[in-house]
Design a binder for this molecule. Sequence first.
Ligand code: TYM
Length: 334
Amino acid sequence: MARIFSGIQPTGIATLGNYLGAIRNWVALQDSDDECVFCLVDLHAITVFQDPAALREQTRQMAAVLLACGIDPARSILFHQSAVSAHARLAWIFNCVSRIGWLNRMTQFKDKAGKDREAVSTGLYVYPNLMAADIHAYHATKVPVGDDQLQHLELANDIAEKFNHDFSTAFFPRIEPLVLKESARVMSLRDGAKKMSKSDPSDQSRINLTDGADMIAAKIRRAKTDPEPLPEHVHDLSERPEARNLIGIYAAITGQKPHEVLHHFAGSGFGPFKEKLADALIAHLEPIGAKTREYLADPTSLDHILQAGARRAAAIAEPIVVEAERLVGFLPRG
Ligand code: TYM
């Protein structure tokens, strides 16, 4: 039995990108023999300023969405990162193992910091070290993510290798990303070159998992396309990022391959295709939105689910991080 770990930032409502790229994979992995640990990464969230009341609200909201998508707290461990101190303790050790040159190569930091590199928080810079600690604190070996996280996972392996080398140990195992090929990168509805993101200023660029039917239909109707009819072959989509994205979404949500979708819609304009796409999304997402609202109606129960998850998470992570602290040379805590 292996252990699976993954995380999501509670910084907004989960998008269709989060769902198709990661969450639906988390749900499916619960049926494997592996132990699943899923984390609402509030320590990561505050690397960019968050209004405290909004952060509390959004952490509960993300918990509700994950439960509504099918994360089952009886089979998986679901918790908020700040409730398990092992994450921050191992992250500090990794801050001292990781190299500035390695962090300087992180494309996500460059994207998020933009031109204002001097003004962002130091937390944003060392974010990938914390992410490595999240995974290694559980000796997790499988990490289901979308492909924007792959560079961070490579860094997590580099950090573990250097730790093992520096302290003459084989304590931290290698980790393996689990990426769903077809939907590893769902793109913005307004710009096929940008990924769909909870933090995009335009709400029209994304489908939120809690959007109602009318909203979903309107966003898909307005989604950017091109004037050509849909082609017969997948390779004819290579220069048409918006069309490719919408076909990919339709394929993922209906459980088909892109070539099967094109087989059905080849020669058609975007109008009729968009109608079918909106119908499929509404059928899939409406029950998730309804269940999310049910969970959110009882915030105390949500808090209890996360707190129980945190106790189970700490029972795994604590001895692993205590051993890392011993390897580094810290005296026992007593
Ligand atoms: P976050 O919160 O940005 O996204 C959560 C998951 O959703 C995936 N994802 C996407 N997949 C396909 N298309 C998209 N447009 C899209 N947008 C997001 C992400 O790849 C991710 O799997 N750093 C992480 C959180 C994290 C983590 C971890 C993940 C912290 N510690 C340890 C794995 C293991 C993040 O910001 O994810």
